[in-house]
Structures are given as C-alpha cells and as structure tokens.
Design a protein around this ligand. Structure first.
Ligand SMILES: Cc1cc2nc3c(=O)[nH]c(=O)nc-3n(C[C@H](O)[C@H](O)[C@H](O)COP(=O)(O)OP(=O)(O)OC[C@H]3O[C@@H](n4cnc5c(N)ncnc54)[C@H](O)[C@@H]3O)c2cc1C
Length: 629
C-alpha cells in the first residue's frame, strides 16, 4: 500500500485542536474517536461559562421550580409507585435472594414504570424528565435493584436513544413494546473495553446485498441482559477512509434477544445490587437488519455519548433518594441513641456528620432538579456538563453519606436488616445501601472519566481560541494566524477576569447571606478562569495530560455550580414559604461555607501539591519508567 501524507487539518475543526502528535497510537485513536463523537456545544451553558470566568445567571435565575401541572402529573404516578413499593416489594428479601419477583416486575410494567418518559403516542406515560428523576429518587430511597432495573432500561437501554435518534418506523416498532414492560439493555462494555470505547471488538459486517449486518462478539456486564427482550449493541463496522486514513467505525444496533445467535453465557454477581440481572451476552452470526441501525452507520459512539448525557441524570436523582433516606435514618438514630449521658447527635463528632449529610443532600437536590428542568424546557438542551457534574458529585457524596450513616448507626450500621429484625430491632438497611451505592462512582462514566470529560468541556473555549496556536500538527502560517486571533481575544478577556463585575452582574437576593455566597461564587468563577488560563500558558498542550491539575479545576467548577444551584433554589423556597427561613438558611449557609473551604484548599493545591512525586512513586510501584508520561 502506498503511504499517503495526511493533509494538514484545518484549525476550525474542534477535534483537531488537541495536539495528538506526542501521543501513543492507542491514545491517539481513543482520543480521535471520542472527539469525533463529541457533541459540540451550540452556545455556552451556565456550567461551561463558569470555567471562563463568565458567571452568567440569566438562564437559571429564578431557579426553575416545577409547574403545578407537571407536579400534579408526577404526584399521581409517584403515589401509585410508592403504594406498589410499600405493599408489594421487600427490598431486603430481593437483596437476600438475588431475585426480583416476577409479580413485582409485572406490577411495575402495569403501572407504566418502564415507559415513564415515552410519549403516550407510543404507549408511555409521557412524564417530564423532572418527574422521571423524582421516580428515580423514590426508587433510590427504597431499593437499588429496582432502581437499576428501571433506570438501565430507560436511561441507557432502548427508550432513550430511540427517543433521541430513532426513525419514526423504529419508534413505532419498539417504543410501545418497551413502554409496556419488555425489558431493554445497553451493551457497550467488553472484557477489554471499559472506560475507553475505542477498542470495541464486537463487530458487524454487512451482508453481500447490504440489507443486513452479521454481528459477532461478546459483551460484558450488560445490566438487564438476562431479562432483556431487546438490546442496544455497540459494534465495530467496516472502517471508513477519512483524509486518506482508515478510521474505525462504531455503530449502534437494536438487537432482539430471541434472534438466532444471541446467547446469555453468564449472569454476573456483585458486592451489592445482588438482584441485578447483569449478563455476559454472546453474539454468533446474528443477522441484524440494516433498518435497526440507530442514527447512522459509524455514529454509534455519538449515540452512546448523547444517550448518557441525559441518561446520566437518573443516577444523581437515585443518589438523592438514597441520601435523604440515610439522613432520615441517621437523624432518628442520633436523636434517640444515648451514650455517655447524651443523645449521640449532641456529641460534636456525630453532629458534624449530620450537618454535612443535610447540607450535601440539599446541594445534590438543587443541582439535580436544575439540570432536569433544563431538559424539560428543551429536550435537546445541552446538559452535558451539568449532568456530568451532578453524576460525579452526587455519586461521590451519596457514597460518603451512606458511609457516615453506617458510622452513626455504629455496630447496627454494619449489621444486616434481617439480623436486626431477627433479634427484635428495627430492620434498618444501611448496610445494604452502602453496598448498593458503591457502584455509582464506577458505572455510567467513572468519577475519573467524569473529571476528564468535564475538563475537556471546560477547556473547549480556550482550545477554540488558542488550540491551533499550540498544536504542532498545524503549519506555521496557520499557527501564526491563530496566534493573532488569540491575542486579540485574550487582550479583552483577561483584564475582565480581574474586575469585580459581580457587584453589577449578581443582583442581590432577598437575603444577604444568599447574595454574599452568590457573589463569592462569581468571584471564584473569575479566579477559576484566570487560573485555568495561567495553567494553559504554563503547561501548553501538556495540560491535556495533567489529570490531577485538571481534576482540581473541575472540582472547583463543580463546587461553584453546587453553591449556585443551592442558593438559587433556597431563594425560591424562601419566596414561596418564609416559614422555612431558619432551616433553609442554616443548611445553605453551612453548605456554602464548607464549599468555600474546599474551593480554597483546591486553589492552594494548584500551586502546592505532591503530584509529581506521587506519580513517580506510583510508576516505581508499577515497575514502569517514570520519565515516560
Ligand atoms: C454492576 C455493573 C453494571 C454495569 N452495567 C453496564 C451496562 O449495562 N452496559 C455496559 O455497557 N456496561 C456496563 N457496565 C460497565 C461499566 O460501565 C464499566 O465498568 C465502566 O465503564 C468502567 O470500565 P471498567 O470497569 O472496565 O474499568 P476500566 O476502564 O478498566 O478502569 C479501571 C479504573 O481506571 C480508571 N481509568 C480508566 N481510564 C482512565 C483514564 N484515562 N484516566 C484516569 N483513570 C482512568 C477508571 O476510572 C477506573 O477507576 C457495568 C458495570 C458494572 C460493574
């Protein structure tokens, strides 16, 4: 084969703005594939602007409360769901047996719980994203196994990608089935394919007449896989030649599990979520009609990433339900359990835990409803960053909250609900909650990957302005032209990051405490913008690989988002009911003060940290050459 010289890319193509010239071929392939599939933002969102020092509250203030009509619709469904859970479901028995009784699944299906967001036109309930998240919160407070069943089906299984990308014919064929309770699942992961989907081995070759594809491969950890009637499967399809180079293609297929060649070879079992119907699924020469491609050939990763962008919101909602339940359990126990002559909640060490649990639960709730409401206002709203922040922060905090609940309950926290019951005590299941929620920081984008994802979006405006300048792949002429443009941009942008614009931009809230915290958030957003810029200047293209540094920027941005969402929600709650004044203000003030301490600590660590020494030590531990990063 004659080697063709790759023509120089044009700087305006965002995927080319990252200098990949010093990466290994594997790293480059992974990055190019995900960059190509990445949604490009139409305009900055509140969360993305935080990283540019542009604290723009216009799109989120007043905090969007649910409309009465939407709330009533949700209430009617939630009342039925709650009744079903209370009367027909024993979550501890499900945990013990590792099975969800079929009558429970049937009752959920009858209620419409498998088609909450699917439009009534296709047989679903047609409820809003907010109401769907409320259902996830209710389930999350009760039973992790049911949450996973319903959420894997609806948030990542067939309904969500079909709603987003399905043709009318596909929708008519599959949505009524899945809305009625035919369970669906999402199959991307393989033994060698975890966080990095570029190396998918499952492959589909077109038939000679092009009317179908022949699918072969094995998928790992497919939640709902043992029960599913229909799957979304990500597979490699024949490569396409782009700029003279062969590029891998990943395509999303709708696959029915009763087609010849589809086989569940193993049911996986885990530390928690004991009744997860999670499978290894094998495909042997499965004939998939071309009309079952979602979106288009080669657009599978786009389908997966876009599905997750909104689908990811279910998880923080479930974490919210779990956190509220743990808080309630801890509140009751800390008030009634007397040791050393006082209720344990009177001892400062336990009081501190309770305060943090209450404050962080309020913040998870404020962030999640804010992001969900944006989807309700516009189905195609760009909530990538908000959803990722909610998922990352919410799942990490929920784990902390469940862990603290175990600690507050002491030995009883570690004891199973069945054992507590057997010896006559209330069967409080915090041990189960802790096991069940551990997975939340791993699946649907692990915490580490969420930080990289958010960092990529945070850097995007800078990359668009100056990526071409730093990219050694571009010809010098292009780089110089880009440098002139970048200089013009930064000449006006940078000085603005030093001006206390919040005095004009952030109008006072009803309460001075809220105003002070919102203005602080605005100040920190400017500082974040400046610091990110300084880091770019100091590190150049290497910044892309400074994971710990980037993680701190991401964490600061997420704290700013959390402060803002919480203050704005508090503002609305206080307007609606001034009786709540004391409780809400105490919660929000404590949350923001704690968040400030975390932000300040992270800013300090941008300059003073042990990152390099830690990295070197880890490479020594691994027996790797530390000079090759
Ligand atoms: C209970 C359960 C249910 C699941 N359900 C589904 C499902 O329904 N469908 C499906 O397709 N998959 C599913 N998965 C797979 C899940 O999404 C993956 O486990 C997840 O994507 C992480 O992949 P991995 O486990 O292979 O970890 P790896 O990708 O091997 O990562 C291992 C560790 O390294 C970190 N890491 C990886 N890459 C980087 C990097 N570049 N920088 C820094 N850190 C990095 C990760 O964050 C993680 O901590 C499920 C998994 C489990 C356990």
């Amino acid at each position: 084969m004659i080697a063709t010289k790759e023509p120089a890319p044009k700087p305006e193509e965002p995927r080319d703005l990252i200098d990949t010239s010093k990466m290994s071929s594997g790293q480059r392939a992974a990055l190019e594939l995900t960059e190509a599939a990445r949604e490009t933002s139409r305009e900055g969102t509140f969360a993305s602007k935080i990283f540019m020092g542009d604290y723009d509250l216009r799109s989120i203030r007043p905090y969007p409360l649910q409309s009465t009509e939407d709330r009533d619709q949700g209430d009617a469904f939630l009342a039925q769901l709650e009744k079903l859970l209370r009367e027909k479901v024993d979550p501890d028995e499900i945990d013990r047996t590792g099975e969800i009784p079929q009558p429970v699944i049937d009752a959920l299906a009858k209620l419409g719980a498998f088609g909450i967001k699917i439009s009534p036109e296709y047989g679903g309930l047609g409820l809003s994203q907010t109401n769907y998240c409320r259902a996830a919160a209710l389930l999350g407070s009760f039973c992790g196994n049911l949450t996973a069943l319903i959420s894997a089906h609806q948030s990542i299984g067939v309904p969500q990608p079909l709603i987003l990308f399905g043709t009318e014919e596909q929708k008519r064929k599959y949505l009524p089935r899945v809305a009625k309770g035919e369970i669906s699942a999402f199959a991307l992961t393989e033994t060698g394919v975890g966080s990095d989907p570029a190396t998918v081995q499952t492959h589909a070759e077109p038939t000679e007449d092009g009317s179908a594809f022949i699918l072969n491969g094995d998928k790992l950890w497919c939640t709902n896989g043992t029960k599913a009637g229909v799957l979304v499967v990500m597979a490699k399809t024949p490569p396409k030649v782009v700029r003279g180079k062969s590029k891998d293609q990943i395509t999303a297929f709708i696959v029915e599990t009763d087609w010849p060649g589809v086989e569940v070879t193993h049911r996986c079992r885990f530390m928690g979520l004991k009744a997860l119907y999670n499978a290894v699924v094998k495909f042997t020469n499965v004939r998939v009609p071309r009309e079952n491609i979602l979106l288009a050939e080669g657009k599978g990763l786009r389908v997966a990433l876009s599905t997750l962008n909104t689908g990811r919101l279910t998880l923080p909602a479930a974490c919210l339900g779990l956190s509220k339940r743990c808080l309630e359990i801890s509140r009751k126990w800390a008030a009634s359990r007397v040791q050393w002559g006082a209720p344990i909640g009177k001892h400062a060490a336990i009081a501190d835990k309770l305060a943090r649990m209450a404050a962080n639960t309020f913040a998870i709730e404020s962030m999640t409803w804010l992001a969900a409401s944006r989807v309700d206002r516009d189905k195609h709203a760009d909530v990538r960053l908000e959803a990722a922040m909610c998922k990352m922060w919410g799942s990490e905090q929920a784990w902390e909250i469940a862990n603290e609940a175990v600690q507050i309950r002491g030995g009883r926290g570690y004891e199973t609900a069945a054992s507590l019951k057997a010896r006559g005590e209330e069967p409080v299941p915090v041990e189960r909650f802790l096991r069940d929620c551990r997975i939340n920081t791993i699946f649907e984008g692990s915490s580490e990957i969420m930080r990289l994802f958010i960092a990529r979006e945070a850097l995007d405006p800078h990359l668009k302005v100056s990526g071409a300048v730093l990219n050694s792949k571009f010809p010098m002429g292009e780089r110089l032209k880009a440098a002139v443009k970048a200089a013009a941009f930064y000449a006006t942008w940078y000085p603005k990051q030093w001006l206390p614009l919040e005095l004009f931009k952030v109008r006072p809230a009803r309460n001075t405490i809220l105003t002070a915290h919102l203005r602080y958030a605005s100040r920190m957003s400017r500082k974040l913008g400046r610091s990110l810029f300084h880091a770019m200047v100091r590190n150049g293209p290497k910044l892309e690989r400074q994971q710990l540094l980037l993680a701190r920027f991401v964490e600061i941005g997420t704290e700013i988002f959390a402060i803002t969402a919480s203050c704005l929600r508090a503002e609305r709650l206080l307007e609606a009911d001034s009786q709540q004044n004391g409780d809400v203000l105490a919660t929000i003030d404590y949350f923001c003060r704690s968040s400030r301490l975390r932000i300040e600590e992270k800013f300090r660590a941008l300059r003073r940290n042990n990152d390099k020494a830690g990295y070197k030590l880890a490479q020594k531990v691994l027996g790797f050459d530390a000079s090759k990063h």
